[in-house]
Design a protein around this ligand. Structure first.
Ligand code: GDP
Ligand code: MG
Length: 370
């Protein structure tokens, strides 16, 4: 049955429980915070509060978690989230390292940079950009397969001395499938054999028409090694972000995606997450995939404790009792009872799926032996 508690509904709308209870009374429904109401009633309340409703996923509907869409007036600008893709050895890792080193806030930031799967930099203009630093098409596709769409912009790295190669073409396909605009970074411009025009020409046959050739795909010549063109690349990303009009509501409970997670010897399960909506705070109760926990610490990519993290901010989270998979959604809920309920439900679903797979495998084995 599709139900949601009054408390959870209020939480989702960032509204006061009392106001929701009063609204319910005007609809002829008497319910207190911990009591459940059906989805239709919840939908009415949500509309009365001026929100639009969106059901997040099938399992969430069954659980009665209603994803409440934000009102346009509650949205504020957020940083673009960028994934770097391209052929092996064309310089993805080098470029990510160079961009991070060029962070204008890096000098005063302190702390030793750590790998948490993503980092955020401040461009010379003062605007922020978030980079997912697990380049690789596999990470991108496996995250997308789990329904996570975290990438706003794809930076396609093509070595100027090598040109378009098989994995360049693959990356273009992934970006197009994800509907993410591409910015071409023509790398290794310092090399004697660099031929950027050949790159632009070759991209034509893959329906990437750069601006210089009359198209609308931005291209920037860079050298990750000599650290040239990086500010131009950042400007191109920020321009693309403006065109995309990226916004989120920071004043609500946090939602986002797991980028990676691991079991740390000293600290236990550590999840790197990207906040996509709302603000995540220490003490929040979060459900991440089939795992849950109370957030014990929120750390940035320099290992510093943060009080809170808003939209597009990547953080490391301590306190989740297991290791959720990359691409799993995370969401903050009102109570630990609720968190446990959702996590148990999802674990049950996983077991059912595994059992079904086993039966299917047995079936084929029987067929083979027959
Ligand atoms: P990835 O496989 O795409 O991550 O590529 P890497 O960043 O590991 O770079 C592959 C090789 O190219 C390394 O030896 C880098 O030092 C070199 N490289 C990367 N960027 C540049 C560049 O701008 N100029 C030159 N000359 N070499 C580069
Ligand atoms: Mg690499």
């Amino acid at each position: 049955p599709e139900t949601i508690t009054v408390a959870e509904l209020a939480n989702r709308m960032a509204a006061r429980q009392g106001d929701v209870i009063k609204k319910l009374m005007t609809l002829g429904v008497m319910a207190t915070g911990p009591q459940s109401i059906d989805a239709d009633t919840a939908e009415l309340v949500v509309q009365e509060f001026g929100h639009r409703i969106k059901r997040v996923s099938e399992s969430d509907v069954e659980l009665g978690i209603e994803g409440v869409e934000d009102r346009p007036e509650d949205l504020t600008v957020r940083a673009p989230v960028v994934t770097v893709m391209g052929h092996v050895d064309h310089g993805k890792t080098s470029l990510l390292d160079a961009l991070r080193a060029a962070d204008v806030a890096g000098g005063e930031a302190g702390g030793i940079t750590q790998h948490i799967g993503a980092y955020q930099i401040t461009a010379p203009s003062g605007k922020k950009i978030t980079f997912i630093d697990t380049p690789g098409h596999e990470a991108f596709t496996s995250m997308r397969a789990r329904g996570a769409s975290v990438t706003d912009v794809v930076v396609l790295v093509v070595a100027a001395d090598d040109g378009v190669m098989p994995q360049t073409i693959e990356a273009i396909k992934h970006a197009k499938a994800a509907d993410a605009p591409i910015i071409v970074a023509i790398n290794k411009m310092d090399k004697p054999g660099a031929n950027p025009d050949r790159v632009r020409q070759e991209l034509l046959s893959h329906e990437i028409v750069v601006e210089a050739m009359g198209g609308d795909t931005q291209d920037v010549e860079v050298s990750a090694q000599k650290r040239t063109g990086l500010d131009k690349l950042e400007e191109a990303i920020l321009l693309q972000a403006e065109i995309l009009d990226l916004k989120a509501n920071p004043n609500r409970v946090a939602e986002g995606s797991v980028i990676e997670s691991r079991l740390d010897r000293g600290r236990g399960p550590v999840a790197s997450v990207l906040v996509q909506k709302g603000t995540l705070r220490r003490g929040d109760i979060v459900v991440a995939g089939a795992e849950w926990g109370r957030v014990r610490a929120v750390l940035d990519d320099r290992g510093r404790q943060l009080k809170e993290a808003g939209p597009s901010v990547p953080v490391e989270v301590l306190g989740i009792t297991g290791v959720p998979a990359a691409g799993e959604p995370f969401v903050v809920v009102e109570t630990d009872t609720r968190a446990r309920e959702i996590s148990e439900f999802r674990q049950r679903k996983i077991k059912e799926k595994q059992a079904a797979l086993q039966v299917a495998a047995r079936g084929t084995l029987d067929q083979m032996l027959a």
